[in-house]
Design a protein around this ligand. Structure first.
Ligand code: C2E
Ligand code: MG
Ligand code: MG
Length: 613
């Protein structure tokens, strides 16, 4: 059966991506064979485009195309039947065709019909003398046309199926999705379901132990049982070694009620003991992505389904759903990453601010913590609490910390040269402790600025150390050896194992602000902080309290023996010149009778809170 709708026919032809492609031996071989079988000088694989016959392959023809008007091949693709014209010049229709005028007398063409019934053009042979055709030759021409079609369909299919499983792949999903969109251009609600049969670690382990082909069987079983349980109308596409995607039938909603599609999915996964012969334990996860067919871009569907599946893996659930809030967060993170990469190249977007660290007994500023600030030209100020955790997941963290330490040590040296003898604290990330040249870079920098290592303190969180204990501890020990001071930042929020605290080559414990802030709230919180202070002292650490916002809390901490404090009560993080001025004014008012810390704030009412934060 052939399909006559010309727009559809043209669409089918275009989708094969054959027009205006380079000649290939696979087609030329068939064309040469056709010329030889008929003993004729001209043969061609001729495709009927909107206004031309374009030759995918040709023998004895100079042109790559001829006008479609009055071309016999166009008649073949129009009718879907073989056409034989013994003498074009005697034929009432073709007599005045360009082909007849060029001296061609004989034409025989067999239609090129796709499995969907579209006539693409003709496999044709042409002669310069009138001629007839035997029934054997008719059969041969039909066979040659069939060979051309096999070649076309083979080429088209290649790259659209997974070579191992034979399943349609991602490329095919994208093409089929485009077709579906064309049928429903006005936004039909549908649900995509992405199934991942194992997480990355399991994939690696199983491949090592069982061989890579292990997952082919697992996937086959999963797909067969999925269609058996969820419905055979599901067309399943393999996206990766352990992942497949399908679009649930129209009318499916992503709700969680009893008997819902989601409940059936959960049941299918729960029952995998019954359909899986796998001896390897894997943790499957499913991502559900509702979308509007005709409105949502295919790549967006793939992306949100992937994200939902990743969420399920990460949260230890079987099924994760796309949520637009989550998706906005992913997009924002993605934007931040790209933008931060650019900021590292053009560091004018980056600057450091410095928050004073106060000795709680004397009330004097004895140090400052360098805190990174990023002002993006369009996004505006992005807080480090938002971008650092994202940057820390990438190799950019190396360049980021390197820039911060360089800038902070340069500032430290400048202050010292100007007579302001502060200690500088810099935050470093877990990944920095794994850099082979981290210690040598830091010490070289200090040498370059002629600063004794003890003026620099590096702050590391407990979790950063625990992430890669061996190497991290070795780096800390080397820094300690070099004379650099070390502080455990955000103490109390991480693992807080006492045994590790004992073995830590650090000098300072910074109690996290969440504990400090709550101190005024009750006896329990005060006792908790008190315990942290005594314990840290017993282990030989100096103790700093972060986030002191009120005088009551400052007083409590001082009474409990806390050594130093940092917080908005004293000052917000300041631009370097402001910090210098702040310290100078504080020193100037030292002579006046005061509470230990009072002159600092009393002298500087405008600096609390300060704008530089
Ligand atoms: P952190 O190292 O614990 O720094 C203290 C944070 O608490 C700073 O926030 C500071 O502005 C804020 N803070 C200080 N006193 C108070 C107070 O009294 N009340 C309140 N509510 N907050 C106070 P910031 O600058 O936004 O930095 C947040 C976090 O970002 C830092 O926490 C640190 O973990 C990270 N960070 C900042 N700069 C860098 C950097 O250069 N490198 C790395 N790796 N991380 C950085
Ligand atoms: Mg810190
Ligand atoms: Mg902290």
């Amino acid at each position: 059966m052939t399909t006559c709708n010309e727009p559809d026919r043209l669409l089918a032809l275009r989708k094969l991506n054959l027009l205006d492609t380079a000649p290939t031996e696979a087609f030329d071989r068939i064309t040469r064979m056709a010329a030889r079988v008929f003993g004729l000088p001209i043969a061609a694989v001729s495709l009927t485009d909107s206004d031309r016959q374009w030759f995918k392959s040709r023998v004895g023809v100079v042109h790559t195309s001829i006008p479609r008007i009055k071309a016999p091949c166009a008649t073949v693709s129009g009718s879907g039947d073989m056409l034989v014209v013994n003498d074009l010049q005697e034929d009432p229709f073709f007599r005045d065709s360009p082909l007849a005028h060029s001296g061609v007398r004989f034409y025989a063409g067999a239609p090129l019909i796709t499995s969907d019934g579209f006539n693409l053009g003709a496999m044709c042979v042409l002669g310069l003398e009138p001629r007839s055709i035997s029934s054997t030759e008719r059969d041969a021409l039909t066979d040659l046309a069939a060979m051309v079609m096999s070649q076309i369909e083979l080429q088209h299919t290649l790259g659209r199926v997974d070579p191992l499983s034979g399943m349609p792949n991602r490329k095919q999903f994208i093409e089929d999705y485009a077709d579906l969109q064309m049928d429903r251009p006005h936004g039909e609600p549908r649900v995509a379901v992405l199934v991942n049969m194992a997480n990355q670690e399991q994939l690696n382990n199983a491949a090592r132990v069982m061989g890579a082909s292990y997952f082919d069987d697992l996937m086959n079983e999963a797909i067969v049982s999925y269609r058996a349980v969820m419905g055979s109308e599901h067309k399943v596409y393999q996206l990766a070694a352990t992942q497949f995607i399908t679009i649930a039938p129209p009318g499916t909603d992503d709700g969680a009620g009893e008997g819902s599609y989601r409940a059936r999915l959960a049941h299918w996964l729960d029952s995998r003991g019954a359909w899986s012969t796998s001896r390897f334990v894997t943790t499957p996860a499913i991502g559900i992505a509702p979308f509007l067919l005709g409105r949502t871009d295919c790549l967006d569907v793939l992306r949100i389904a992937q994200n939902a599946m990743q969420d399920a893996h990460q949260t230890g659930q079987l099924i994760g759903s796309y949520s637009s809030a989550q998706d906005d967060a992913y997009r924002r993170r993605f934007t931040l990453l790209n933008a931060f990469d650019a900021a590292l190249a053009d560091t004018s977007q980056l600057r450091l601010v410095y928050q004073p660290r106060i000795d709680l007994t004397s009330g004097r500023c004895i140090g400052a913590e360098a805190l990174l600030r990023w002002r993006h030209p369009e996004l505006g100020d992005v807080p480090p609490g938002e971008f650092m955790p994202v940057v820390e997941q990438t190799s950019m963290v190396r360049a980021a910390t390197s820039w911060v330490i360089r800038e902070a040590v340069r500032q430290l040296a400048a202050w010292h040269a100007a007579g302001l003898q502060l200690q500088m604290s810099v935050n470093v990330s877990a990944a920095n402790l794994l850099e082979a040249d981290f210690v040598s870079t830091v010490t070289a920098l200090l040498n370059q600025h002629r600063m004794a290592p003890g003026w620099l303190e590096l702050e590391v969180t407990e979790s950063a150390i625990m992430e890669n204990q061996g190497t991290a501890l070795a780096t800390l020990a080397a820094l300690d050896q070099a004379g650099v001071r070390l502080a455990i930042d955000d103490f109390g929020t991480g693992y807080s194992s006492l045994s590790y605290l004992q073995s830590m080559p650090a000098h300072v414990v910074k109690i996290d602000q969440s504990f400090v802030r709550n101190m005024a709230g009750g006896e329990r919180n005060r006792t908790l902080v008190n315990t942290m202070i005594s314990l840290s002292h017993e282990l030989g650490f100096r103790v700093v309290a972060e986030g002191i916002e009120t005088d009551d809390v400052r007083q409590l901490l001082r009474d409990q023996g806390c050594d130093e404090g940092q917080g908005y009560l004293f000052a917000r993080p300041l631009a370097p010149d402001d910090l210098f001025a702040w310290c100078a004014r504080a020193e100037a008012s030292e002579a006046a009778p005061r509470k230990p810390w009072a002159p600092i704030c009393a002298a500087l009412p405008s600096l609390a809170p300060h704008t530089a934060a």
